[in-house]
Write a protein that binds this ligand. Structure first.
Ligand SMILES: Cc1cc2nc3c(=O)[nH]c(=O)nc-3n(C[C@H](O)[C@H](O)[C@H](O)COP(=O)(O)OP(=O)(O)OC[C@H]3O[C@@H](n4cnc5c(N)ncnc54)[C@H](O)[C@@H]3O)c2cc1C
Length: 390
C-alpha cells in the first residue's frame, strides 16, 4: 500500500485572487502547511477578482465540457456557504439573448441539449413581458438558464482566505515572489522580503503568469477591461425584484452583460468582448474614465433601452487570456511538484472552488479525478500554439 503523507507537505500559493484563495483553502483542508504570497494588499483591485459580482452560467456556450465542472461548483459554493455562514451564490437564473448565427444562443442550445439542462425558451411576447428593459424582437432568441445566477466576488475571495487561515494557512500580503527554482529535495522560493523552501508550489498569478512561467511557452495576454454601474437606488433592479443577470450577444458580435444591484452601487454592466491588450499587467491604465463609457452606452441604448444609460461609477479589471480562451490547469512539465491554474480568460471565477480543489489534488496526490483533461497544457505545441481542438 502506498501512503501519501500530505500533512507535512509545505505548499506555497502564489497569488491571493479567486483561484489562489480557493487553492489555499483546499490545500489547508487536505492537511498541507500552506503559505500564500500576495504582492499587493489582500482584496486589491489590480487583478481579476474584484468588482462585486460574477456570472455563474451552466448552459455554457463556450463548450459543453465545462458542465460537469459547473455542476460540481454549484455544490462547492453551497458547501462554502454552509461552512462560513456567508451568502455567496445567488442561483436566480440568467437571461441569455442572441441570434441564431452568433456564438451565444447556438452554444447555449448545444450545451443544454447535450446535458439535458433546465432552460426556458421564451416566446417574443413572454420575453417582452418579463424583461421589458431589453430590445427583444422576433429575430432574437431569449433563453433563461435556470441553474445560473451570480457570485459575490470579493466576499468569495475573503471567505476562502478566512477559511484557509482558520485551518492554519499563513497569508503573506504585500510580499512579491521574484524567483523560484528546484533545489533538489525542495523548491526554493525567493520573495522581495525573504527566501523560503517548499515541497510544492502552486501558481495562481492571474495576469502576471508570463513573468514567472515563461518557460511554458504560453502567452497569457493581459487585457484591460472596464465595468460600469448604472441605476443607483432604482429598486426595480435590486436583486430579488425580478431583474436577473443577463448576457446579450449583439448583431455586431459584441457581448453585453449585467447584474441586478446587490448594494447601493447599482446595476453592474460591461462588455465581455473588446478591451485593450497590454504587454504586462503593470502597464495597464487603471483609471476608468468617461471615454470608456461610450461602447457600453451604445450597446445599452440599442439593446437595453429600458435601462438608464447614465454611468454613475466605473472601474478597470484585467482579463488574463490564454491563447484559446480556455483555462490551463496542469502540473509543470519539468517538475511535477509545481502546479498551476492560468489563463482563466475572463470566465474563470465561477470555477474557482473546483480549481482550488484540483490544485490541492495535483499538488498533494499527483492527480485528480475531476474531468479537467481538456484544460491540460498538452493541447498546445512547443511554440504555444493550439495543436488540438477541445
Ligand atoms: C471585468 C471582469 C469580469 C469577469 N466576469 C466574470 C464572470 O462573470 N464570471 C466568471 O466566472 N468569471 C468572470 N471573470 C473572470 C474571473 O474573475 C477571473 O478569471 C478570476 O477572478 C481570475 O482569478 P485569478 O486568481 O486567476 O487572478 P487574480 O484575481 O488576478 O489573482 C492573481 C493574484 O496573484 C497575485 N500575484 C501575481 N504574481 C505574483 C507574485 N509574483 N507574487 C505574489 N503575488 C502575485 C496578483 O497580485 C493577484 O492578486 C471576470 C473578470 C473580469 C476582469
Amino acid at each position: 500500500m502506498v501512503l501519501i503523507m500530505t500533512r507535512s507537505l509545505k505548499c506555497a500559493v502564489i497569488g491571493a485572487g479567486a483561484a489562489g484563495s480557493a487553492a489555499a483553502y483546499h490545500l489547508a483542508r487536505s492537511g498541507a502547511r500552506v503559505c500564500v504570497f500576495e504582492q499587493y494588499p489582500l482584496l486589491h483591485d489590480r487583478g481579476s477578482s474584484h468588482g462585486s459580482t460574477r456570472l455563474f452560467r451552466v448552459a455554457y456556450f463556450e463548450d459543453p465540457h465545462y458542465v460537469p465542472l459547473l455542476r460540481r461548483c454549484i455544490e462547492m459554493w453551497r458547501d462554502l456557504e454552509l461552512t462560513s455562514g456567508e451568502r455567496l451564490f445567488f442561483q436566480i437564473g440568467a437571461l441569455q439573448v442572441g441570434h441564431g448565427d452568433g456564438v451565444l444562443i447556438p452554444g447555449v442550445l448545444r450545451t443544454a441539449k447535450e446535458y439535458d439542462l433546465p432552460i426556458e425558451k421564451l416566446t417574443e411576447h413572454r420575453a417582452k413581458e418579463r424583461f421589458p428593459w431589453f430590445n427583444l424582437d422576433k429575430n432574437t432568441s431569449a433563453i433563461v438558464d435556470c441553474e445560473a445566477g451570480f457570485i459575490l466576488a470579493e466576499s468569495a475571495v475573503r471567505t476562502h482566505l478566512e477559511a484557509a487561515r482558520s485551518l492554519g494557512a499563513q497569508i503573506c500580503a504585500e510580499e512579491r515572489v521574484v524567483n523560484w527554482c528546484d533545489s533538489g529535495k525542495t523548491l526554493s522560493l525567493e520573495t522581495d522580503k525573504d527566501k523560503y523552501q517548499f515541497d510544492r508550489i502552486i501558481f495562481t498569478p492571474g495576469a502576471w503568469a508570463n513573468r514567472y512561467l515563461a518557460e511554458l511557452g504560453i502567452n497569457i495576454q493581459p487585457v484591460r477591461k472596464t465595468v460600469h454601474w448604472i441605476a443607483q437606488g432604482d429598486e426595480r433592479f435590486r436583486v430579488g425584484a425580478g431583474f436577473i443577470p443577463f448576457v446579450i450577444e449583439t448583431k455586431d458580435s459584441e457581448i453585453l452583460y449585467g447584474f441586478p444591484a446587490t448594494d447601493d452601487a447599482g446595476v453592474k454592466i460591461a462588455l465581455h468582448t473588446g478591451g485593450e491588450n497590454s504587454d504586462t499587467p503593470d502597464n495597464v491604465n487603471r483609471i476608468a474614465s468617461i471615454r470608456d463609457d461610450e461602447p457600453v452606452i451604445n450597446a445599452l441604448n440599442t439593446y437595453a433601452p429600458g435601462l438608464p444609460s447614465i454611468i454613475q461609477r466605473r472601474k478597470t479589471c484585467l482579463y488574463e487570456m490564454s491563447p484559446d480562451g480556455h483555462f490551463i490547469i496542469d502540473k509543470h512539465p519539468d517538475d511535477n511538484r509545481v502546479v498551476f491554474a492560468l489563463g482563466l480568460s475572463g470566465h474563470g471565477f465561477k470555477f474557482t472552488p473546483l480549481i482550488g480543489a484540483v490544485m490541492a489534488d495535483l499538488a498533494l496526490k499527483g492527480g485528480t479525478l475531476s474531468p479537467i483533461g481538456f484544460l491540460n497544457l498538452n493541447r498546445f505545441n512547443a511554440s504555444g500554439d493550439i495543436k488540438a481542438l477541445l
